[in-house]
Design a protein around this ligand. Structure first.
Ligand SMILES: [Fe+2]
Length: 194
């Protein structure tokens, strides 16, 4: 629950307190739709950190496929897009960068594995690090970060993540371990809900 009154040195104040209030999905949509330029990554992280997305809010965007993770678009304009991704255990993205977009991810349910890589035109792709993220965690990638996201098969449970990309994703670059070759990849057509 949020409160509309905060205290500084014991004195109640409303000033600036809006920034500290949790965001519902509808508030987040409204913030994205009011933009007139692409948001900075720090701004996306701040929104996602304070987002409190209820099961009811997520429900219209929940749907799983057996072959691949499923992308459900929540909203999109020329500056930003927001998606809910639903992953069965064992489903993961290719190793990719966002080709000029930056983005943040919030784990809503389940366990997210994130692997990061470095790339050198001579040496090719090299493994850098791996992390796991539990519900409530926010992660993301700046330009030109290379990563792979997925729901590990050992999780034995579904994963639901909320993604904000700015500008909206187009054609991505994909990579293979030990290779200097870069391919192009268009994420699956989303199930456009809104
Ligand atoms: Fe990504």
């Amino acid at each position: 629950m949020s409160t509309h009154q905060e205290t500084i040195d014991g004195l109640p104040t409303n000033e600036g307190s809006d920034l500290d209030h949790p965001f519902s999905l509808q508030s987040l949509i409204a913030a994205l739709e009011s933009l007139n330029s692409p948001p900075e990554l720090a701004q996306i992280y701040e929104w996602l950190e304070k987002a409190e997305i209820s099961t009811e809010d997520l429900e219209p965007y929940i749907g799983f496929k057996e072959g691949n993770y499923w992308r459900h678009r929540v909203c999109r304009n020329k500056f930003v897009e927001m998606l809910v991704l639903c992953w069965r255990p064992g489903q993961r993205t290719p190793i990719h960068d966002h080709n000029g977009s930056h983005g943040g991810v919030k784990v809503c349910q389940g366990l997210l594995w994130e692997t990061t890589f470095s790339y050198d035109p001579v040496d090719g792709l090299e493994y850098k690090s791996a992390r796991e993220h539990t519900p409530g965690a926010v992660t993301g990638s700046d330009v030109p970060d290379i990563h792979q996201l997925g729901n590990p098969d050992v999780s034995e449970r579904d994963l639901v993540t909320l993604h904000v990309y700015a500008p909206p994703l187009g054609v991505l670059h994909t990579y293979k371990p030990g290779s200097a070759k870069i391919d192009l990849y268009v994420p699956d057509e989303t199930d456009q809900m809104v």
